[in-house]
Design a protein around this ligand. Structure first.
Ligand code: SF4
Length: 143
């Protein structure tokens, strides 16, 4: 079975900034075809659950109260890259709109709820590495 990485919150893990998750039952179909490795870059980087929401303010990542969390995001992203290297991962299903996992859209860095085209911190590194990125809406392409 091919190994893919999936945002842990999509699998139902309570890793979101607010202590919740983004479980989507469509993810179950993937379990029949792939070996799934859950990843949560923000947790991997040492950020707590719950935590303040963060947004990308290039070239930094900043929490809502203004704390620079770039180092934590960077550490988490590199832990995900280590998994990808070690397990020869070529595909990722990630939670769109997240400052870590966003595939097509992220928030604009002003904490006003506005989405812009772009990728999260980890998603960007994964793409640079040649990992193919999917949102939950794209998973039919993987089945
Ligand atoms: S960092 Fe990614 S996996 Fe973790 S809670 Fe945010 S969207 Fe989900």
């Amino acid at each position: 079975m091919e190994t893919i990485i999936v945002s842990a919150c999509l699998l139902g893990d309570n890793t979101k900034y607010n202590g919740g998750n983004n479980y989507d039952p469509r993810i179950e179909k993937l379990k029949e075809k792939y070996n799934i490795v859950p990843i949560c870059p923000e947790s991997f980087g040492g950020l707590k659950i719950p935590r303040e929401p963060s947004e990308i303010q290039e070239p930094f990542v900043v929490s809502k109260s203004g704390k620079d969390v770039t180092n934590e995001f960077n550490e988490g992203a590199h832990k995900v890259i280590n998994i990808v290297n070690y397990m020869h991962v070529k595909k990722a299903v990630l939670m769109d709109r997240s400052p870590s996992c966003g595939v097509n859209k992220i928030y604009n860095g002003k904490f006003n709820g506005t989405l812009i085209p772009g990728q999260g911190y980890t998603a960007r590194l994964l793409k640079e590495k040649g990992v193919e990125l999917f949102t939950i809406d794209d998973i039919d392409k993987l089945l």
